[in-house]
Design a protein around this ligand. Structure first.
Ligand SMILES: *Cc1c(COP(=O)(O)O)cnc(C)c1O
Length: 373
């Protein structure tokens, strides 16, 4: 029998597939539970944007037709929103699709990508799948005053060499929730060689309320090597539809669009995204729920005497100072799905998505119970 692993393209045998949060249905099937809550995938606990969901439903009768491959209307809306031209936008089946397009366009054997330890798990996957090398920078130390486990931009800059084509930066970062200020990120972009592509992954930007938090879009005119990615999966509540986008200089958009799969964004996804963009009320409610939930979870961790990483996202990562995989399992048995982050080199932490107030309460109660000696 042929050993197909001898035939794969460079990098494929080194891949470890992305591990998603456990689906509610799967847990309930396995353990015969009901009433399970999932706070594991940074999904919006308020559901989808109502305007978005309605718009997707409204086009269902037409799904015998291919979607608009150019995404004309969504791009036009996004361009107006961000003060860009449509040629400066590329749409993806989620923003991870856009990140993959960058990797497939610029990475290859003999080249490398630089990113931080504890950053988003798709960066090594796309880099390795493209046959390129991962250069992983040390993060800020665990006892750092403002950004424990956060991106250390100086350490990242030091890893950039002549073969570096891409630098990935998540702001805020997942799974740490840490974030970089305007000043620090701008200084990094200014120092970096202009032939290195910077992917600034802003999946959680709409949740952030900090004054010193940057909007990467403002830098696009100055840095033609910058691509900013955003998604409808998080605050807009459309993760199940798969739609996101990238913003960059027109020449960069032109290049990465060459590897885009045709019709990569489905018709319901396009329609929902267009409508959700206008759903100001839903965004406001989502942000309020998140601010309150972060405070609720932080207070709960303090009561339990647990350290957590201060987060600007819609999730928070807590240090259990013991094998978090075991606690995760026990929480599953109690019908609460959170996210173990051992695959991010954080075997004693758990990441919990901010839920509705009652979900946060239940999570804290179950956590307290399973931690009890
Ligand atoms: C969730 C997430 C994304 C995007 O996911 P998509 O659903 O593919 O848009 C990108 N980056 C980070 C850091 C994320 O956490």
């Amino acid at each position: 029998m042929t050993d197909f692993s001898t035939l794969t393209a460079p990098g494929i045998n080194d891949l470890h597939p992305y591990v998603p949060g456990k689906p509610i249905e799967e847990l309930e099937r396995e353990l015969g539970l009901s009433g399970t809550i999932k706070l594991a995938s940074n999904e919006n606990p308020l559901g989808p944007s109502p305007l978005g969901a309605q718009a997707a439903a409204d086009v269902i009768a037409d799904i015998n037709l291919y979607p608009d491959d150019s995404g004309y209307r969504l791009k036009k809306k996004l361009a107006d929103r961000h003060g860009l031209r449509s040629q400066e936008l590329v749409l993806g089946a989620g923003s991870s699709d856009v990140i993959d397009m960058v990797a497939r366009s610029f990475l290859a054997p003999g080249r490398n990508a630089v990113f931080s330890r504890y950053s988003f798990a798709m960066y090594p996957i796309y880099t390795t799948a493209a046959g390129a090398q991962c250069r992983v920078a040390d993060a800020c130390p665990a006892d750092h005053a403002t950004m424990p486990y956060g991106h250390d931009l100086d350490a990242m800059a030091e890893l950039v060499d002549g073969d570096t084509r891409v630098v990935f930066i998540a702001n805020p970062n997942n799974p740490t929730g840490t974030w970089l200020t305007k000043d620090r990120l701008y200084a990094f972009l200014q120092k970096l060689r202009d032939d290195v592509i910077v992917v600034l992954d802003e999946a959680y930007t709409e949740y952030v309320t900090e004054a010193a938090f940057p909007n990467g879009v403002a830098w696009l005119a100055e840095f033609p090597n910058l691509i900013v990615t955003r998604t409808f999966s998080k605050i807009y509540g459309l993760a199940g539809l798969r739609v996101g986008y990238g913003m960059a200089s027109a020449p960069l958009v032109d290049l990465i669009s060459r590897v885009r799969h045709p019709f990569n964004v489905s018709m319901p996804a396009l329609a929902a995204a267009e409508a959700a963009l206008e759903d100001v009320e839903f965004l406001r409610r989502s942000r309020d729920n998140n601010d309150q939930g972060l405070a609720q979870l932080a207070a709960g961790f303090q009561t339990l005497g647990l350290d957590y990483i201060p987060s600007a996202g819609n999730f928070i990562t807590v240090n259990l100072r013991r094998n978090a995989g075991e606690i995760y399992q026990k929480m599953l048995e109690n019908g609460v799905i959170v996210r173990p982050v051992a695959n991010y080199d954080l075997p004693e932490h758990l990441r919990v998505t901010v839920g509705a107030p009652a979900e946060n309460r239940r999570f804290l109660e179950v956590l307290e119970r399973v931690l009890a000696p």
